[in-house]
Design a protein around this ligand. Structure first.
Ligand SMILES: [Zn+2]
Length: 164
């Protein structure tokens, strides 16, 4: 018998790039173009994440499961850069998460060429994930303080992602 409960209804997923910091948006667009030029079909699956959705994702492998196990260590929207408009998840439009290794290594290479860090290099691998390479892996208390005081724009300014 499973120790897990029922998976709650999925909170809304946002994938518009214009919800992200302008400089980060431009870097992701350049990454997508690079992959398309290489013959791949990248698709932006998720960008800015609500707190409700972050908590729902954190429950996988902990409170409920769909055979994927744990999908994130971020306990809420502000413990990962998705909550700040500074992260995006890119998958294959046709093969989704089952894209071949060549797709993921192309994503890693084009991300690096556009000053993005790629989650495929992390200890807990997150192959679709990209974020600005000048950020630490996870947001600091200072970032959380800034967003509380000045919203997304204050954080974007601080990390130099507000202007292209
Ligand atoms: Zn991500």
């Amino acid at each position: 018998m499973s120790i897990f409960g029922t998976i709650p209804v999925e909170p809304h997923r946002q994938n518009a790039l214009d919800l992200c910091a302008p400089k980060f948006e431009a870097a992701v667009l350049a990454t997508l173009r690079g992959m398309q030029n290489d013959g791949f079909d990248p698709y932006v699956y998720e960008t800015l994440r609500s707190n409700e959705r972050a908590k729902w994702l954190h429950g996988f492998g902990r409170l409920y499961d769909d055979d994927r196990g744990i999908v994130t260590n971020a306990t809420d929207a502000l413990t990962g850069w998705h909550g700040f408009g500074l992260a995006a998840d890119i998958i294959s439009e046709s093969k989704q998460w089952d894209a071949p290794d060549s797709f993921w290594s192309a994503l890693g290479a084009h991300a690096a060429a556009n000053a993005l860090a790629w989650g495929g290099f992390w200890k807990m691998k997150d192959k679709p994930h990209v974020q600005p390479s000048n950020l630490r892996d996870s947001p600091s208390n200072r970032a959380r303080q800034l967003i509380a005081q000045g919203g997304l724009a204050a954080v974007w300014r601080e990390v130099g992602a507000d202007i292209i």
